[in-house]
Ligand binder design. Sequence first.
Ligand SMILES: Nc1ncnc2c1ncn2[C@@H]1O[C@H](COP(=O)(O)OP(=O)(O)O)[C@@H](O)[C@H]1O
Ligand SMILES: CC(=O)N[C@@H](CCC(=O)OP(=O)(O)O)C(=O)O
Length: 260
Amino acid sequence: MREIVVIKCGGSTISELSNEFFQSVVNMQQAGKRPIIVHGGGPAINEMLQKLDIKSEFVDGLRKTTSEVLETAEMVLCGKVNKQVVTSIQRAGGLAVGLSGCDGKLIEVRAVNEGMLGFVGEPIMINTTLLNSLMDQQLIPVIAPIGINESGTHYNVNADSAAGAVAKELEAEQLVFVTDVDGILKDGKCLDQVTATEIENYISDGTIYGGMIPKVRAALSTLTDTLQSVMIMNGKATTVGKDGSVKGTVIVKSKVKAHV
Ligand SMILES: Nc1ncnc2c1ncn2[C@@H]1O[C@H](COP(=O)(O)OP(=O)(O)O)[C@@H](O)[C@H]1O
Ligand SMILES: CC(=O)N[C@@H](CCC(=O)OP(=O)(O)O)C(=O)O
């Protein structure tokens, strides 16, 4: 079984990702791995909501989603951002297929808390058969985080939690969050490695806040025997190397002892 690498590209950095970055994803595939991209698009959604004069707010990194906000988010994520990412991969010589979580019921969701957040969903099932069949054909899936429930209603899904669910259900060997900071910062310094306990403390004391919360929560819920660490890295400076040698913060269940 070839190694599956799930790469989450944050909306914070998507427009600044270099050709080199997309080239490294294509190289990774040519080297025998199976890359999948899950993308966000928070800033692009904000921009469009502003143009349309629609208000929205966030609760712990999740956007309250009315039907108007959902319609805008779906249009931006699936229509604009998804196709930008597909195009970038194809310019780098790969073949990409753009999908939302509604296509082929790729991401089945349930409402997180309809009363408080509206149409915000959390993934409960991933159509791994569909993803595997695309990857079997040397295609790189590019997933927009809009989900569907069992009765066919669409939901806005945080892209970090969508990426975490895809990585977990596919038993991926790597999950990488590409964002606009070097990793988890504490007192201005990037931490090399953090554990589950440290993360809970950093959320409580406010070191980790806002958009970093869904990322670390998704990372923690994804850690398994197959996927033993999750990486958060900056999309501006680095590329995802074939050998996985990139700088950032590594999230682990508990401290890994250094080899002597
Ligand atoms: N401890 C932390 N270290 C780094 N970034 C943090 C931390 N806590 C909160 N953040 C915020 O999280 C942001 C990244 O999340 P987000 O804006 O949702 O990006 P993305 O679009 O890549 O998912 C950073 O730009 C920063 O403002
Ligand atoms: C429910 C929820 O918050 N959905 C997100 C989906 C996009 C996203 O997650 O984008 P980033 O990766 O850029 O943050 C939103 O509406 O902004």
